[in-house]
Design a protein around this ligand. Sequence first.
Ligand SMILES: Nc1nc2c(ncn2[C@@H]2O[C@H](COP(=O)(O)OP(=O)(O)OP(=O)(O)O)[C@@H](O)[C@H]2O)c(=O)[nH]1
Ligand SMILES: [Mg+2]
Length: 339
Amino acid sequence: MEAIDRFQLILEIFARRATTTEAKLQIQLARLKYELARAKEKVRLAKKGEQPGFMGLGAYEADVYHETVKRQIQTINEKLKKIRRKRVLHRERRAELGFPTISLAGYTNAGKSSLFNALTEEEVPVDDALFTTLSTTTRLVKFSRKKFLLTDTVGFIDRLPLTLIEAFHSTLEETIYSDLILLVVDISEPLSTVEKKLSICLETIDRIETSGIPIITALNKIDLLSQTEIGQKMEKLKNKAPKSIPISALYKININQLKEEIINLLKNYTQVSFTVPLTNETMPFISWLYNRADVYAVKYVENAVHVTFEAIPWFAERVKSRVEELGGKIESFKQGEFA
Ligand SMILES: Nc1nc2c(ncn2[C@@H]2O[C@H](COP(=O)(O)OP(=O)(O)OP(=O)(O)O)[C@@H](O)[C@H]2O)c(=O)[nH]1
Ligand SMILES: [Mg+2]
């Protein structure tokens, strides 16, 4: 009984997080597989005559039901295959907005949501159109005069039922396609547990093809440890945790140091200056840009507007084409250096 509740609870968490068709299908698939396993058992019992039937059905009907579920599973598998084949490219997904995206990852209870709250203190209000683009767990935040999108993710869970592993991966994938991963680890747990969880997280992140995305490890809950313990654990984790920073999300210890490290790693911005003639389309374009990138200067000169902004490379390319469409001119297009 407990196993059923746990399965359904986890399924519920995933269902709430899933926003793409692929993730939704994965969850439907997990649910059907679970249903199938139960149907099989009922068919067996019905045939043995030990049970009056399945949902009031006899052995024959139970067989039919079993076949129906099997066919539904097949249909979903085919749909998933198609989706995988024409999966949107990483960069296309990211080109929606010009701000770099930071994803929080880590085990359940590590303190991801607490850190999310600590980092979103300076939240930037967004317009309605943009708001609908963002999922419920993504916020536009600002620190050191730069804006970022910060996403909280569904936590890793031990003993994840086999049928849910794929669903977990595809929900994680949605959120982890980012410019930086902030891996949260509860360092107050025994070292062996910390090490085990850390390696599972890193392996999983690696498996969903995030290679090249920088990782910062936030060693959380240091308030529960002595200075000596922190030092010892950090020394042991030195070669295992990428760019580790000891923090307390709850008591906001070392949050500024963490922010600095984030800024340091996110240098691949593109700085662009352009001029567009003033037409009916100009103002909507400028306000569209304003909501999606860090716009530093807007100057009106005679019948034109001069703009300077910073954005992630894919987005900057997109704006460049739009400026040219509007009969404007790119004055400078500087690729920021990669960290
Ligand atoms: N002592 C201490 N407790 C913390 C700290 N950060 C988080 N916690 C506590 O740890 C528990 C889990 O924190 P959450 O932020 O909900 O963890 P999570 O990683 O979002 O968990 P899931 O959403 O289940 O994946 C809560 O009771 C927090 O109050 C910290 O720095 N110190
Ligand atoms: Mg959480």
